[in-house]
Design a protein around this ligand. Structure first.
Ligand SMILES: Cc1cc2nc3c(=O)[nH]c(=O)nc-3n(C[C@H](O)[C@H](O)[C@H](O)COP(=O)(O)OP(=O)(O)OC[C@H]3O[C@@H](n4cnc5c(N)ncnc54)[C@H](O)[C@@H]3O)c2cc1C
Length: 423
């Protein structure tokens, strides 16, 4: 290989997603000669498609409440990155780059324009202003570590690049069409890292039950959804956020937040739905008993509050076996005809409905990957590998993930920043 084909850099960043762009901007801002390699023709594809094309950039949550969203251990590991670069710092950075932001429901921050494109353009302009050498359609094919930790040689199809430090920001395995196909895992492994096998997270849940499919289109704003280990009953995660019924199962933030827990649990799981979490079972039953005295001739489905759509109320009565008279011609049962057994069965369906679940819709539909490079192998203050000096890892390649709500970009930008400041 000729010397001309082997360009020299101080820092080579692989992957121009949120983490890699941020790492490259910080590194170049320190005056480090920085190369950013991206395999796609266009950088930042996930930023473009995020939040339904609107980019839920970050959250208004702060401090311990923010850290807790990533789970106990991952949150503790992330706290250095999150405290050094808080959501408000990300907001300041993007607004200073000319994109006004605003808060929406569930503590989410979006660009006022509603265009993810504006966020990506602002970040790309920042990278250009810092003289980041961004090469697109330039996939890292392989990496050689120089002896005695002296640097790295990164090979792409038609060129090689030498760098003192290497930052892997290649993402995980989710939405592989955007470029994240696990290439970084291979290189991390080559340098001695373990890889926790990735499972889809933040993906819709596949449910077999036909009654769920029949309710496609219904959105519940205030119901509660949990995932439990079927054998032990242990609740693995509970969410009280919007739920959407679909032709394939359940989606919406609550369902998607549970995907990784279903996928990583080796045993069978079940979903536990409480349609009216703000009402205690006893209070609901007392109300029904009272109403059976006053409006006994009404249909049983009218016992259920109107905030639940009619189609759902009817389905719950059918699931409980109390929708229709069991004897004589088919006719709806009335409230007065609801006996104790039927009442308990309906209460179970409304407050504690159990649905078998074994998988999500998979990586093609997952917003993030759960798994990746184990956190104990990476220094949380610098993002440097504890195994190979000079190697840095940031963003979704790490075994870190948060729920829907801007938490994944926040983690990617914050860890990318630390990598760029230290590489
Ligand atoms: C549909 C969807 C919607 C989402 N919405 C939101 C949201 O609104 N808010 C939020 O916080 N999170 C959201 N996420 C999650 C968020 O996009 C990710 O957490 C975040 O993009 C991870 O950033 P990253 O830089 O680590 O990885 P990625 O964004 O995956 O970037 C990795 C980059 O590395 C490149 N690459 C991979 N291998 C190579 C190689 N060999 N050589 C060169 N380049 C390579 C890829 O092409 C890619 O550009 C969403 C994800 C999806 C899929």
């Amino acid at each position: 290989m000729s010397a001309a084909e082997q360009a020299e850099y101080e820092v080579i960043v692989v992957g121009a997603g949120a983490a890699g762009l941020m790492a490259a901007i910080q590194s170049a801002d320190r005056g480090r000669r920085t190369l950013l390699l991206e395999k796609n023709a266009r950088p930042g594809l996930k930023i473009l498609i995020s939040g339904g094309g609107r980019c839920n950039l970050t959250t208004t949550k702060t401090g311990k409440a923010l850290e807790a969203e990533y789970g106990k251990q991952r949150g503790r590991w992330l706290l250095h990155a999150l405290r050094a670069f808080q959501p408000k710092d990300l907001v300041r950075m993007i607004e200073a780059a000319g994109v006004p932001l605003r808060e929406e429901d569930l503590d989410k921050i979006f660009p006022c324009s509603g265009k993810a494109r504006d966020v990506l353009d602002a970040i790309l302009n920042l990278a250009a202003s810092k003289a980041v050498d961004l090469r697109t359609t330039a996939a890292m094919d392989s990496v050689e570590g120089e002896p005695r930790g002296a640097g790295f040689l990164v090979h792409s199809a038609d060129a090689s690049f030498r760098g003192e430090s290497l930052i892997l920001a290649t993402g995980g395995l989710s939405y592989p069409k955007t470029g994240s196909t696990g290439d970084g895992y291979r290189v991390a492994k080559q340098f001695g890292h373990r890889i926790i096998p990735g499972v889809p997270h933040l993906a819709p849940l596949a449910i077999e039950a036909a009654w769920v499919h029949a309710l496609a289109g219904i959105v519940l704003q205030h119901s509660s959804l949990a995932v439990a280990d079927k054998a032990t009953g242990e609740v693995l995660c509970r969410r009280q956020r919007p739920i959407l019924f679909t032709h394939k199962g359940l989606s919406g933030p609550a369902a998607m937040d549970l995907a990784g827990f279903v996928e990583e649990n080796p045993r069978e799981c079940e979903l536990v739905l409480d349609f009216l979490p703000m009402l205690k079972r006893e209070a609901l039953e007392a109300d029904w008993l009272l109403r059976s005295k006053h409006s006994g001739r009404a249909r049983i489905s009218s016992l259920l509050p109107r905030e639940l759509p009619e189609r759902l109320r009817q389905s719950l009565c059918e699931l409980a076996g109390v929708a229709f008279a069991t004897k004589g011609p088919r006719r709806p049962l009335t409230i007065a005809e609801l006996e104790k057994k039927g009442r308990q069965s309906l209460l179970d369906c409304v407050k504690n409905l159990r649905i078998s679940v074994s998988r999500s819709l998979g990586m093609d539909h997952a917003e993030v990957t759960r798994g990746g490079v184990p956190l104990d192998e990476v220094d949380p203050r610098t993002m440097e590998s504890r195994i190979r000096p000079g190697l840095y890892l940031c963003g979704e390649i790490l075994d870190v993930d948060g729920p829907i709500g801007g938490f994944n970009f926040q983690a990617a930008f914050a860890t990318g920043r630390l990598a760029g400041l230290n590489a």
